[in-house]
Each structure stands twice: as structure tokens, then as C-alpha cells.
Design a protein around this ligand. Structure first.
Ligand code: FES
Length: 267
């Protein structure tokens, strides 16, 4: 779909918004997926989208806008066909994330949160996206591309712009940002199991433990797991909580005494 066209929220979309509302005991809990659905249709959270969600949910437009502007996965600017996120948080940055972002910015001739003139790619800096073991990482339409370099990133966006298939490192083949938004809204595309779901770095510890016959200690510590380990773990957790509470109270009392003491010295 052309990025210059913003289709209206038609009856079919309104019906799907209502379907989302019906999935929750309280309809307003559906606001987040409803906003993803709006993005999948219109390429952003439009004013029409805000007003429609507010009307359907009995909220004010200010309340809906407050949500849409709080979470970074929602955008008020029309997204390109593909959204490329570059992690430039600490670990990725030192592993090459800053260099990747700069190279892509030059290559695409866009800055942060900007879209190429052909509407194909929106580039965005990311904070840590919880994939540090594969640093430096990118995402395309929320799918991970691990251990990238400036050269691989340029090749990646060129392939996206050429319409060539791109396989996520730990996920499905890349489609489009709007398609991904529809999945996030809760309308599955049947590809949840496509591609690898876990990478080698995440599984390294498990593999080493299996090779060496290591296992986790029993639940509840040295008290063992005989009988009912779940029950024991509850008792152990309650005992630990009691201990922590007592320690916290002791610390609070001591610091309170210090404050009083400090106050008298100030007098
Ligand atoms: S710093 Fe980039 S994923 Fe954590």
C-alpha cells in the first residue's frame, strides 16, 4: 500500500476493533491492541484512530492520546513500509551499534525517526531491546537481526527496498510493518512458529549444564524437595519474606533513630 494514502477506518476495521474489545472482561483493556490495529490500517495512530477508540471505549481523546504517546511502539507519524530499529544502547553501541546507525543514516539519507523519500524505510534509534547477547542488534518490523555490521545493515535495507526476502535471525520472514502491527493487535498470520525461536547464545548455558550434568538446586534450598516441593517452597518463601520484613523494620528503626538524633543536633 502506498505510504501516501491513509485509508479510513471502515466498517470492517470497526468490527475488528469491537472484536478486540470483546476479548477482555473490561473493554478498555483492549486499547493497546486496538491502537496496533489502527496502526496496521493507517500506518500511524491518527486523530481518527484516537477518536474512534475513545468513542468505542467511552474514554476521552486525551486518555487515548496519553496512552498512544506514552508507549514507544506507537507512532503519530506515518511509518514507512519497513521500520528499522537500531539499538544504540550501551552494549550494542560499543559493539558497533552507533556505527551501524550512522552508516544507515548516511545510506538512507534520513535521521532518527525519519522515513526515506520512497516511503520504504523508517529509521529509529532504540534503547536496549533485551537482546544484548546478540549485540549489535537491529529489528525490522519488530523482528530481530542479530550481530549486525554496518555492511550487513546496508545490505539488509537494500534487500528490503528491492522487495527481496529477508529472514529474521530468530523469527519469521520479514513482511511489512503494517502486517506485523496486525499480528500485534491479535490477529495471527499463522507464522508464529516460522523460523528459529531461540539463538545459540541464549541456549549456551543450558547446553553446558546438560553436557556436565548440572541441574538447578531443589526448590526451597537445602531443605530438599521430598514430599511436596511446592508446599515447601511456599513455606520457605514465607519464612524468607518474614526475615526480610524484620530486617527492613530494623533498618527503618535504626535510620529513624539516626534522623531523630540528627534532628536534635541541628536544634
Ligand atoms: S544494549 Fe542493545 S540489546 Fe541490550
Amino acid at each position: 500500500m502506498s505510504q501516501g494514502v491513509t485509508p479510513p477506518l471502515d466498517e470492517a476495521t470497526i468490527a475488528e476493533l469491537r472484536e478486540l474489545m470483546g476479548r477482555y472482561p473490561q473493554a478498555r483493556s483492549a486499547l493497546l491492541p486496538m491502537l496496533h490495529l489502527v496502526q496496521s490500517v493507517q500506518g500511524s495512530v491518527t486523530s481518527e484512530g484516537v477518536e474512534t477508540c475513545a468513542e468505542l471505549l467511552g474514554l476521552t481523546t486525551a486518555e487515548v492520546s496519553g496512552v498512544a504517546t506514552f508507549y514507544t511502539m506507537y507512532t503519530r507519524r506515518t511509518m514507512g513500509t519497513h521500520h528499522v530499529g537500531v539499538c544504540t544502547n550501551t552494549l550494542c553501541a560499543v559493539m558497533g551499534g552507533d556505527a551501524i546507525f550512522e552508516r544507515l543514516s548516511d545510506h538512507l539519507d534520513v535521521g532518527n525517526d525519519e522515513t526515506t523519500a520512497d516511503g520504504q524505510v523508517t529509521l529509529e534509534r532504540f534503547e536496549c531491546i533485551a537482546a544484548c547477547d546478540y549485540a549489535p542488534v537491529l529489528t525490522v518490523n519488530w523482528e530481530f537481526l542479530d550481530r549486525q555490521t554496518p555492511e550487513s545493515a546496508v545490505d539488509l535495507v537494500d534487500r528490503l527496498r528491492a522487495g527481496e526476502p529477508v529472514q529474521a535471525s530468530r523469527g519469521a520472514t520479514i513482511t511489512s510493518w503494517r502486517d506485523a502491527e496486525r499480528v500485534l493487535a491479535g490477529f495471527e498470520d499463522g507464522r508464529a512458529d516460522e523460523g528459529p525461536s531461540a539463538g545459540d547464545a541464549s541456549l549456551a548455558g543450558l547446553r553446558i549444564a546438560q553436557e556436565r550434568g548440572w541441574s538447578a538446586p531443589p526448590i526451597g534450598g537445602t531443605g530438599g524437595s521430598a514430599g511436596d516441593p511446592t508446599a515447601h517452597s511456599k513455606e520457605a518463601a514465607e519464612a524468607e519474606a518474614d526475615t526480610r520484613r524484620a530486617e527492613d523494620e530494623t533498618v527503618a528503626e535504626e535510620s529513624g533513630a539516626d534522623v531523630k538524633g540528627g534532628g536534635s543536633s541541628d536544634d
